[in-house]
Design a protein around this ligand. Structure first.
Ligand SMILES: NC(=O)c1ccc[n+]([C@@H]2O[C@H](COP(=O)([O-])OP(=O)(O)OC[C@H]3O[C@@H](n4cnc5c(N)ncnc54)[C@H](O)[C@@H]3O)[C@@H](O)[C@H]2O)c1
Length: 275
């Protein structure tokens, strides 16, 4: 049986790709034939950065694809510009940008009246300003990736991780909800600004995905069993998502199968939310 690789010879840059959803997307894209740039601040293991970078590289190579692993803070403009420069130097192009890096620190799970100003600012900086910076500098390169023999060919795709929490405010999650709502608005703006340049821009809105980021929320629900019980309320699927569930949507949005879709924010939430 011949297996079609939907991203064959594409180059994908995935921010926050060392963990959770981003890591799941990196693996899936490599399986689908893409070369991968993983950029991450490597928050969780500062002492082990080189070891983790080597492991990620060899994992991508095990799928037969090339990899570039970079330590980047998406809130730092100089580092983002250097990330784009090094990516182009290695692969000559960036076909797909996945704006995935995001945080929800436990200390920020507070009401607006009690949240620390620095928590508010940091969440907006990583979850929204990081998407702005990476989109700005990658889109500039994508615009130049015009195929002169086929000017209508898609030059790039930008896919950003929003959340169902970007659809409405939630108590104790103010800055997170605001940041993810901002990602949807930024997606719509970019889709309109870049449409004539043949760059497609979409967002994914996951529900609850089993990743390290869920830690504080899992604590709020006391333990994993209780967390699972919450999902009995979900009308369609009685489990939380895995990174692979989100990676499947990212693959669709990165592939030719979604050639007429732009400016959309698509829920992947097992029916948690219908709008
Ligand atoms: N897990 C969920 O339930 C869920 C639901 C909806 C949306 N999301 C979104 O999906 C994305 C991925 O989340 P996840 O659940 O995989 O979390 P995760 O914590 O497993 O992964 C996030 C990654 O982002 C990196 N990162 C953090 N700050 C960074 C920075 N300043 N620069 C570069 N990298 C940075 C971290 O080191 C980490 O590797 C986030 O944007 C998150 O908000 C997650």
């Amino acid at each position: 049986m011949v297996i079609m690789q939907r991203l064959l010879n594409k180059v994908a840059l995935i921010t926050g790709g060392a963990s959770g959803i981003g890591h799941g997307i990196a693996r899936k894209f490599a399986q689908e034939g893409a070369d991968i740039i993983i950029s991450d601040i490597f928050l969780r293991s500062p002492d082990e950065v080189e070891k983790i970078k080597a492991e990620l590289k060899s994992e991508i190579k095990s799928f037969g694809r090339d990899a570039l692993i970079l330590k980047v803070d998406v809130t730092n403009s100089d580092q983002v510009q250097e990330m784009v420069k090094q990516s182009i130097e290695k692969f000559n192009k960036i076909d797909i940008l996945i704006n995935n890096a995001g945080i929800m620190p436990p200390s920020a799970l507070r009401s607006i009246t009690h949240i620390k100003e620095e928590d508010w600012k940091r969440i907006l900086d990583v979850n929204l300003n990081g998407v702005f910076l990476c989109s700005k500098y990658v889109a500039k390169k994508m615009i130049k990736q015009k195929d002169k023999s086929n000017p209508n060919k898609i030059r790039g795709r930008i896919i950003s991780m929003s959340s169902v929490e970007g659809r409405q405010g939630q108590p104790l999650m103010g800055p997170y909800c605001v940041s993810k709502s901002g990602v949807i608005s930024l997606t719509q703006t970019l889709a309109k600004e870049l449409g004539s340049k043949h760059i497609l821009v979409n967002a994914i809105c996951p529900g609850l995905v089993k990743t390290p980021l869920l830690g504080p929320l899992a604590d709020m629900y006391l333990d994993e069993k209780v967390l699972n019980d919450q999902f009995k309320l979900v009308p369609i699927i009685d489990r939380y998502a895995l990174p692979e569930d989100i990676a499947k949507m990212a693959t669709f949005l990165a592939s030719d199968e979604s050639s007429y879709i732009t400016g959309q924010a698509i829920n992947v939430c097992g029916g948690m939310q219908f709008y």
